[in-house]
Design a protein. Structure first.
Length: 195
């Protein structure tokens, strides 16, 4: 084989090998690009999933906080409403002692209060000035019991032993405090029924 032909053959083989290397290199580059694209997509998916989970957690926390805040505001509003209602009720109590319904039961209530202490134990009954004549009449015949007018007593009366060991609070204010929980429940039930 002449040298020209040999050189041509070698050149063709080198050209074919170079072209094959180029085809293989392009295929490898394409495969690498495909692998890189898949890795980038997988990373992107992981990052998006993580970010969505983080944002969902942040949103759920914010919703929970907003709900807690709203419930707190509702409770504070209920407390303010109940405070206003009880302020109105307390301000109406002094007028109640002048009502016939209250005065009809006063003698019995004073008797019940005096029944809480030993009959021989000296006591003082302090009452609203407007009730003084009625309370005196209710305690007539009870030895060792003095009746005093005291505007600071509240609406009604208090029986206190002289030694201060026993006090029976017969004021309307104390009766209101005793029924306050049931009044509050009734008010809140009506409020819930209205909404």
């Amino acid at each position: 084989m002449p040298l020209d032909q040999l050189l041509s053959a070698l050149e063709r083989e080198a050209q074919a090998a170079a072209e094959q290397l180029l085809v293989d290199a392009r295929a490898e580059a394409s495969r690498l690009l495909h692998d890189v694209d898949e890795e980038i997509a997988a990373r992107r998916e992981r990052l998006v999933t993580a970010r969505v989970a983080e944002l969902r957690g942040t949103m759920e926390h914010a919703v929970s906080e907003a709900g807690r805040e709203a419930r707190g505001e509702v409770l504070r509003a209920r407390d303010r409403l109940l405070a206003r209602i009880f302020t109105v009720l307390r301000s109406a109590l002094p007028a109640v002692v002048d009502r016939e319904e209250y005065r009809r039961t006063l003698t019995a209530r004073v008797g019940e209060a005096l029944g809480c202490i030993d009959p021989d134990q000296p006591a003082v009954v302090r009452c609203t000035p407007a009730l003084l004549p009625m309370v005196r009449a209710a305690t007539a015949g009870r030895a060792g019991v003095n009746v005093e007018s005291d505007a600071a007593t509240g609406s009604g009366f208090r029986v206190v032993t002289v030694d201060g060991a026993i006090e029976v609070d017969g004021t309307l204010e104390s009766r209101l405090e005793a029924v306050a929980p049931s009044v509050a429940r009734a008010v809140l039930a009506r409020l819930e029924g209205a909404s």
